[in-house]
Design a binder for this molecule. Structure first.
Ligand code: ADP
Ligand code: MG
Ligand code: ZN
Length: 410
């Protein structure tokens, strides 16, 4: 180890201090202890393996579920001077990457989970020094997680083949069930769990019944300044809404996975550079995009889960300045969700139903939204936050109490 950790933190990443639990996580990794780090979006999970990757002898193998995500991270890692490469189906330089790996010239190697079961990949790892396995978006290993990827189940045998290599799993998803499942599936002992606080105090939460959505969103675009993201539920809805909202005078673009890749990339770049653009997108937009000054996120319909809502709304206000998360919902959203669940295999229905009822509690409550979110993630928050719609202007709950009193005293 040429330089110590604080020096590397400063010299490579330009940071003066760790944030939150980063130091604890990096400390465990450097000590070779298996770890599951649960940190909210924007908390700086990447640093937890990139820094050890720079400090340790050998290469850190990073498992990541999406090629787009991998390539964003790769660019960022190379930009700070880390030696990073990926082995994916779209990479043309496999030979060169393998050579660099074998001759110890790589700090980071990004791969998709399905690589784990391929004998030639395992052989490659056997022929080099692996310093660390980092499993990003680790909730994908759990059927309880909101984004189960069967390929993540292939990782355990690979990890077990290298018992001396520390493993670090990272995710922003924290419900107790998923958490436990990740520990078991990846062979991490219970005391390897590190959870950071989930509160994003600068984000104001507001939930609205849908009532003429285009008009509601158009109003919102007049009142909310700065860059914003509107999450629509389908690709078609994305394009239609972008067109409607674009008539309001602010720059509006659309983004979804079905678009021409060149157009998509152009729209993304325009959004990142802009100070007042609104992007109407599917939830595919945002993963791996680091735009710190997003001032508002609006969900045009019910998100898939509390975890999804937390991650998507969490793309607002990463710079710590005030930001708003708006959620528009209607009873149809729940009806549609129930239909979707009925089509799933029975084993998955229970978990999905629990997810939907948790969302129901969030949108229908007359109490603090933040408290509901944080309790969902296992925290014990104050009953009121002062920065959500219900705390700022307490709704019908007063009336409900009055009504109840009236009935009781009648
Ligand atoms: P996550 O994967 O947890 O969502 P990222 O790893 O993408 O978060 O990091 C989010 C942002 O925080 C990035 O812009 C990163 O450079 C920044 N960041 C990470 N660690 C620190 C730190 N210790 N000090 C300042 N900024 C940091
Ligand atoms: Mg990340
Ligand atoms: Zn509140």
């Amino acid at each position: 180890m040429a330089r110590d950790i604080p020096t590397l933190l400063h010299d490579i990443f330009g940071f003066t201090a760790f944030r939150g639990v980063q130091q604890q996580v990096v400390g465990r990794v450097m000590a070779g202890q298996p770890t599951l780090a649960i940190m909210p979006t924007g908390a700086g999970k990447s640093l937890c393996y990139q820094l050890p990757a720079a400090a340790l002898d050998g290469c850190c193998v990073v498992v990541s579920p999406l090629i787009a995500l991998m390539h964003d991270q790769l660019r960022a890692a190379n930009a700070v001077g880390l030696r990073a490469a990926s082995l994916t189906s779209v990479d043309a330089d496999w030979r060169e990457t393998q050579d660099r790996l074998r001759s110890g010239e790589l700090d980071l190697l990004y791969v998709a989970p399905e690589r784990a079961s391929q004998e030639n990949f395992r052989n490659l790892l056997r022929s080099t020094k692996v310093a660390l396995f980092a499993i990003d978006e680790a909730h994908c290993v759990s059927e309880w997680g909101h984004d189960f990827r069967p390929d993540y189940r292939l990782l355990r045998p690979l990890l077990d083949e290298f018992p001396d290599v520390p493993r670090l799993a990272l995710t922003a998803t924290a419900d107790a069930h998923t958490r436990k499942d990740i520990l078991v599936q990846l062979g991490i002992p219970d005391d390897g769990l590190i959870i950071s606080g989930f509160d994003r105090p600068n984000i104001r939460y507001a939930v609205h019944p849908r009532d003429g959505l285009s008009r509601q969103l158009a109003d919102l675009m007049l009142s909310e300044k700065g860059p914003g993201v509107v999450y629509a539920q389908t690709r078609a809805a994305t394009e239609k809404l972008a067109e409607t909202l674009g008539r309001g005078g602010r720059p509006v673009l659309a983004y979804h996975a079905g678009m021409d890749p060149a157009v998509r990339a152009r729209n993304q770049a325009a959004f990142i550079a802009s100070e007042d653009m609104v992007m109407v997108a599917t939830v595919a937009f945002g993963m791996g995009i680091d735009k710190p000054d997003v001032r508002f996120v609006a969900h045009a319909g019910l998100p898939k889960s509390i975890e999804g809502y937390y991650q998507e709304s969490g793309r607002a206000g990463r710079d710590g300045e005030p930001a708003v998360a708006h959620l528009f919902w209607g009873a149809e959203d729940f009806a549609r969700a129930r239909m979707r669940i009925a089509e799933l295999e029975p084993a998955r229905q229970q978990g999905e139903r629990a997810r939907i009822s948790a969302l129901g509690a969030l949108v229908e409550t007359a109490t603090c939204r933040r408290a509901i979110l944080l309790r969902h993630f296992g925290e014990d928050p104050a009953p009121t936050c002062g920065n959500c719609d219900n705390c700022l202007s307490p709704p019908a709950s007063v009336d409900a109490t009055e009504t109840a009193r009236k009935y009781l005293s009648a």
